[in-house]
Design a protein around this ligand. Structure first.
Ligand code: ADP
Ligand code: MG
Ligand code: MG
Length: 199
């Protein structure tokens, strides 16, 4: 059974920060079509701050890594995505015990708890054209990381024909159809980063 330590979780968030920085312009373009054109800069600012926080005060357990990262996102990202990605990581961290190593099954359970918390905070469900459309199928596919990566990408691509029912994009009504949801795209980047560091 693979076990994931503090270093693994730190590496995940560093890889996520790199992916977000590399895709910043694409995320902002997606948000310019159905939002307010700030998703790329929101996410880049948030994950840059996460890496800085991890460097400044290296956490001692997987739980502490996720709690610190979640807190940092809430504190630094304005807009809907900060509190939502923040609670994803915080609730996942809370679901982990104090153990120095967690199994892939425990990781899956923790991330599922995080995704459920996103649903409770934002009131969205599958098919509402949000980050959940990437996160729900991805966590369902874990602990198969490659399958989770595919599911997240397919989930994000699958938001294109959907009409938004939550967040800013929902103000557009029918005009939100035909565009990929930016938060689903960034959620897929986080899952892709997880998949890369799992190898
Ligand atoms: P804002 O819309 O405040 O500018 P961002 O642009 O950073 O914030 O993030 C927008 C993303 O947040 C959307 O693409 C969507 O995936 C996600 N989002 C917005 N509202 C919700 C919600 N209620 N539940 C889940 N995700 C949401
Ligand atoms: Mg926005
Ligand atoms: Mg905004």
């Amino acid at each position: 059974v693979a076990e994931r330590d503090t270093r693994f979780f730190t590496d995940w968030l560093r890889a996520a920060a790199e992916a977000v920085a590399a895709e910043e312009d694409r995320l902002t373009e997606l948000d310019s079509a159905i939002g307010d054109a700030d998703h790329g800069s929101n996410m880049r600012r948030g994950f840059t701050a996460v890496v800085a926080a991890l460097d400044a005060d290296p956490p001692g357990s997987p739980r502490e890594v996720l709690l610190l990262a979640g807190r940092t996102l809430v504190a630094t990202v304005g807009g809907a995505s900060g509190p939502l990605f923040g609670i994803l990581l915080r609730a996942a961290g809370q679901a982990l015990g104090e153990a120095e190593r967690v199994t892939d099954q425990e990781l899956r359970t923790a991330l599922s708890a995080g995704v459920a918390a996103v649903g409770r905070l934002g009131g969205a469900a599958a098919g509402d054209k949000t980050m959940l459309d990437a996160l729900l199928p991805a966590t369902a596919a874990l602990p198969d990381y490659a399958a989770a990566d595919r599911a997240a990408r397919d989930g994000a691509a699958g938001t294109v024909p959907l009409r938004a029912h939550k967040g800013r994009a929902s103000y557009l009504g029918e005009r939100s159809v035909g565009h990929e949801d930016p938060g689903a795209a960034s959620a897929a980047l986080l899952v892709g980063a997880l998949t890369r560091v799992s190898r």
